[in-house]
Each structure stands twice: as structure tokens, then as C-alpha cells.
Ligand binder design. Sequence first.
Ligand SMILES: [Zn+2]
Length: 300
Amino acid sequence: MEAIINSIDYDYINVKQKIFLLLKRYPFLKVSSIGKSCVGREIPMLKIGNGKDRVLFAGAFHGSERITCNLLLKFAEELCEALAENKEFCGINVQKAMENRELLILPLINPDGCEISLHGEMGCGYLKEHIRSLCGGSYKKWNANARGVDINHNFNAGWKELKKREAELGILGPASTRFGGFSPESEPETIALCSLCRSTQIRHAVAFHSQGEVIYWSFGEKMPKRSKKMAQIMAASSGYALDVPSPIATGGGFKDWFIKEFERPAFTVEIGLGENPLPISELDSIYKAVREMMILCAIM
Ligand SMILES: [Zn+2]
């Protein structure tokens, strides 16, 4: 069977089409939307499995890290195929391993940011002029949402300290990257993800970013007991390093908020190595390195 997900830069319409094709081939997949972006684009969610124990994977928080969306869709496709045909996935009997699991995959947390990084200000409605003024002539490296807020600096965890560090770097208002908003959880994309996590019991969460081949697993003082062990397994499987983020990347992130809010494990995985946006031609080799880690994360 021909693969649905391939190494092509997907824009928002492509992502919607690909999800539709996955659903058509694998009708047991459940597809919904957790909310809408600033410009009104849906934030899609794929559900695989019917169990009580839920695990969440999310990607494309940052526009220039669109490759993480392809990665999550590619993983969803391989997992669906293995379940449908009762095949092993990295030597794991996934039908059995997923019996008590429900995997929530959110491949595109920041649809507007990804669209800007790929197509510039096109399709950003009334925010077009604003985006043009913030991007400094190049859209490719755009990370924020369409209002110039960095979603992964907008979660309510160590947010005030993060704002101080932003100010020290001269980031005082909307920007293409690293501005955390005027208050935490101010953005529709952040609100949608927080509401989902508050209304649904999730045992652990993994946020996919690029790049660095690094796994971050800690935040604050109260670390969930199984976090370190899980991170060690993830590192052993992928060959990625375990690390502590630099000060400007500490706080305000989804992983930080999830750990603080629920005292359950959450991880940030920085896939690939190079300069963002990573060439989409690297998707296959990156996927090869992390697919076993991804299936382990789903069933751990
Ligand atoms: Zn990122």
C-alpha cells in the first residue's frame, strides 16, 4: 500500500487532506478539533485506541518546526497500519500493548505560524500587515502564532521569570519568536491545549520540537517519580541526549506547565540536527531514529 504521509512540506490544506486520507483508510481513527487558531484554522486531534490510559503527543508549536507535524502524522500512519493488520511495530505487538491506551495526537498546535513560515503573510487576514512588520523580511524562521505570541512561552509555568529574561533580551512585544504574550494563556492555541488537558486525564505528554537531538524532561522541584526513568529509556532508544534547557527556554512551555499543573511526566523532544526549518528531505532519517522511542512513549 502506498504511504499517505511523505516528505513534502505540508501547508494547512495539505494537513487536512492527509488526515482525511488517513481516516478513509483507517476508519477506527477518530478525528476532531480542539479549537481554532487566531485566524480561525482548526487545531486537529487524532485519537488512536479506546483505552482509559491516555497519552498525548503534540507538535508544530513553532512555525519553523513544521517537520514535527509530518513526523507525528507519519507515526500515526504506521501505528494505524500495524493495528489494522495486526503487525508488530518495532517488535512490539501493538494490538496488545495499546489495549488499555488511547493516544491523542495533535500534529499542528500552531497552524497559523506554520502557514506563515511556509507561505508568508498570505492567508492571515487582518493580521497581514502586523505579520509583515514583525518578520524582518524573512518569513521562513517565523515561530509565533499570527499575533506574534510564541505559544511555547505562553503557558503558565515560571512565566513571570521568563518575561524578565525576555525583557533582558529586548523582547518587549509581539515578535516572530520568543514573546510570551501580555499574560499567560492569552492565546487561543494555548487555551485550547490547556482546556483539553484539564478536561481529560492524561498520564504523560510529549511535545515535539526541532532541532538538537535532545530530550528535556525536568521542570521545577516536584518531579514525577517516573519522569527520569522514562527519559532514560527514550534517550537509550533514540540516541538523543538528556539535557536541561537554557534559561530563555525555561518556563512558559507546554512541558513545564503540564509537569507543574498535574505532577505527571511531560517531555520535550527536539528532533533532528541543523538549522530550522530543517529540510523536509530529512524526515525519513529522523523518523527512523525516533520511531521506536515514539511507540515506547505511547505504551510506557
Ligand atoms: Zn520549538
